[in-house]
Write a protein that binds this ligand. Sequence first.
Ligand code: KG4
Ligand code: ZN
Length: 364
Amino acid sequence: MKATCTVLGIESSCDDTAAAVVRDDMGELGIMSSVVHGQDRLHKGFGGVVPEIAARAHAEKLDGTVAEALEQAGLTLSDLDAIAVTAGPGLIGGVMAGVMCAKGLSAATGLPLIGVNHLAGHALTPRLTDAVAYPYLMLLVSGGHCQFLVVRGAADFTRLGGTIDDAPGEAFDKVARLLGLPQPGGPSVETAAARGDPDRFRLPRPLADRADCNLSFSGLKTALLRARDDLVRAQGGLWQRDRDDLCAGFQAAVADVLAIKTRRALAIYGAEQPAVPVLAVAGGVAANTAIRRALQSVCAAADVGFVAPPLALCTDNGAMIAHAGIERLRLGLIDDLTLPARPRWPLDTAQPGMLGGGRKGAKA
Ligand code: KG4
Ligand code: ZN
């Protein structure tokens, strides 16, 4: 293996067409370029990502996005050591478009092809941004996923638990819809919550009394719906103060359950006696200040480091795929042109499948 290694990463598993070049120069990692083209405009008005529209847009955009990433890095295909691509999990049409693009590049150049699990891309990002050492505890909290992982290596993940129904971002989005607030729901609920009283509506802390690391957000959303309907019946509508208080109560409940379950996950992870214990978070929900603070204080109390990569690298991007590709390349984990595109692909196959785990299965 060369001391310097430069890998192109391609991501198209949901609604972002992304490509990036990452270089590992004797252990020094650098993002040489990262291009992300979102599809928000195309899906607006459909109430979510439409798989067929997403797949077609990826197929049309991928070549140009790869060319942009190479140009921004000042490189050509002949400067690369491998092509890494998200091979799942995700919306199958988009994943196939990415895998086909990567296979074409690999066949044309003779460069090794590396299939990357999208969740592994997220889970390994703290190594790219903060050089975090194995093993660390990872909390993925996005619009499509929620899980605790002990990350021991680029291909060694143990899932300690996760959501059994909705992902937290999905719950934020639904709550915003129930209260007539704009999408994406996370930021609008957070803004309203900052003005509200978290104690006016005492919403449940689902599964908090269970001694495992599993979470549930769907009952919380239903409890909020009931509180909203009671108010509407009693007073004929909702005042802004009501919305603010409902948002504050909901956000406090999410922060509480995440904190409670993080404490449990840290206890399990701590039993491995890591030399430098770290909790890392990724996903759009990790942008929430109240949630971030709750997690930070759990870590401070347990004397565990807290790492939250910059938001652009927490959400979907090609750099995380290129970086995971470098780690796999260093382990000799190379694929060939038979690499399949997989709509479902759990990181930890030793664990039983989750019922929900982010039912949309789209974004992770
Ligand atoms: O990771 P992400 O950008 O996309 C994926 O799901 O992969 O996460 C998007 C989700 C959305 O559901 C959005 O409402 C939520 O993250 N989100 C937030 C905040 N910002 C984004 N949730 C709570 N608070 C926020 N500030
Ligand atoms: Zn993702």
